[in-house]
Design a protein around this ligand. Sequence first.
Ligand code: CU
Length: 278
Amino acid sequence: MRLATIFFAFLGAALAVVGLASGAWAAEPQPWQLGMQQPASVGKESLHSLHNLLLWIITITTIFVLALLVYVCVKFRADKNPNPSKTSHNTMIEVLWTVIPVVILVVIAVPSFRLLYFLDRTPNADMTIKVTGHQWYWNYGYPDHGDFAFDSYMIPENELQPGQKRLLDVDNPLVVPAGKNIRVLVVGSDVLHSWLVPALGVQLYTVPGRTNETWFNIEEPGVYYGQCNQICGVNHAYMPVAIRAVPEAEFNAWVEKAREEFASKDGGGDVKVANAAR
Ligand SMILES: [Cu+2]
């Protein structure tokens, strides 16, 4: 009876996980959130469907193995089966438990590799953004729009305006046009950081001396948040990513303004000591 209780408790938990995985959330973390943020890019939608496929496979596999264990424990327990069989080989079963896992792994590998190459780079980028990770802020460069760049710092808690999000909002968000293929080149200036935007399905390490590439296409205008997710030092928790996706016309107007505003700043190497002391 206890085994049956455990089995159904497990089944309930597994179904709850499957149900939650398909829920909808905004492009920022929510209190008590479970599961992933709602996808906002093609890449993230593909990541979700791969995740859901894997969740089904692992759930069914785990329930199957648990059911076998329960069956063996009940059927072959000592008082029901006092003289155990001496069987040590069974060719059919051995072939099956080799071939079936191989087939399952191939079923997982095909969409995994397809997605890996899809996310790796876009063959037709509309524009390029350069992201540089610093201790402890981001620098965003626009090589296709006059090569201006600016730093993006988290707004400290005591300077937050109403409506701004603690640990997520920044002084200068990355601004990009919605509906465009945006190539992202990522590099580190000091240590390893990681540029993560969950709703876009983008996570890339910033490595000093090496440029990594990815891309995204944000379907709807809006604000999308992320964080550094590679431990990079004492202020690692205070270098969020904020992306403002706007319609193309608004983006072009912003570029005109930003080119003037950020023209005098090289933005690339001016490590702000004040930030380190925060
Ligand atoms: Cu970090």
